[in-house]
Design a protein around this ligand. Sequence first.
Ligand SMILES: Nc1nc2c(ncn2[C@@H]2O[C@H](COP(=O)(O)OP(=O)(O)OP(=O)(O)O)[C@@H](O)[C@H]2O)c(=O)[nH]1
Ligand SMILES: [Mg+2]
Length: 419
Amino acid sequence: MKEYLVACVGKPSAGKSSFLNAVSDAAAKVGNFPFTTIKPNHGVAYVPIDCPCKRFNKSDQCAPKHGKCINGTRMVPLKIMDVAGLVPGASTGEGLGNQFLDDLRHADLLIHVVDSSGTTDAGGKVTIGYDPINDIDWLQSEIHSWIFNNLWKKWDGIRRRHVATASSTAETLAAQFSGYGANLVCVQRSLDRCGAGLDKLEEWGEETVRKVVDAFLEERFPTIIALNKIDLPDSDKNIDRIFRKYGPTKIVLTSALAEMFLRKLHSQGFINYIEGTEFFDLADDKNGLKPLPPTTLTRLEKVQDLVLFRYGNTGVTQTLKLAMDTLQLIPVYSVRNITSFGDGGAAGSKEKTGVFRDCVLVKKGTTMGELMGDMLGDSKKFCQYIETVGGVRCGESDEITLENNIISFKLTQEAVKKD
Ligand SMILES: Nc1nc2c(ncn2[C@@H]2O[C@H](COP(=O)(O)OP(=O)(O)OP(=O)(O)O)[C@@H](O)[C@H]2O)c(=O)[nH]1
Ligand SMILES: [Mg+2]
């Protein structure tokens, strides 16, 4: 099964590692100086979604294999990484060079972490009054240059081979873009984005190649923006301008620092914090929480004033949700028994029972047949039929939607025994 990976990118000191730490189990080093991170750090984040156990009144039996489910809110794992800070000219070797762009090759989506406070310059050094609008366009053009330069320096050879082998445009580009984890379908979609009227590949000049690279970037590396450090004083006036220029659809306001702080207090038993919300409980007579030391309480009140009351949440969970939506990922629950929603465990096994144990994320448009191939591999030949809730049969070519995403692959007895 494909596991989706999102990557935090941006200039040094924007808060990429802080964001990663805030949402995942990673413990990446954080520092207020550029290039704290050299090698990428990896973690697993959990995105809250509505679990069907609530709809079917089975929340008390819900037992996810990965993540957890609390009262019908299910935390689904999503892989996340950060990379070294990128500086202008990274594509031609500036800063830590473009070897670090290579670390992005496996990412499915980029979270551009932007320091909205204007307290770090283009290279990530402490300053005042820097305009973060500069960072937004620049990153995109840097990634464009990375891909374009790699392609353009070989373009004569690519063109000659394209003509000699009588390949299609998509085939020729797919061979070039495979290093970025792109397949033929992805390349074809990128070409479709360019619209009709593209000349034959052998006639493309620099302008057309750049246009195709732009379309490829949008298709292969969709990007959302986390406007970070919203807890700092100058951020709100910058945020206003950024929203006016770019619109709200791909932007989330975040304070990675506030989220790290809240989760830490939660794990230490001082507060009960519900991730993604403005709510937390403090100690009282009944809840068993520890009373906060006065200085920590003052800090918590500051986080409340500057972030939670003002913006409604720290934004990091909302960023993950936007990542999922942008990637058009939907959850699929694979169960053995379509009535009880249990997996029953393998025959004779002592495996823990429970309902809705398996949940995977698939891209909208995935068919039942494709999912079956991914989940069962060679064993798919043992599948007699596929059914969804109510015992409704599904065809292999049916697309998975939020209406039919509880699925049972009915295997032959022979296959069940083997399992
Ligand atoms: N006030 C505030 N500071 C933050 C926030 N997020 C990160 N920082 C601070 O910004 C500085 C840089 O954070 P990092 O997470 O190391 O930044 P990075 O983008 O990973 O930096 P490099 O690894 O050098 O590229 C640290 O001092 C953090 O504490 C935030 O939301 N608010
Ligand atoms: Mg870092």
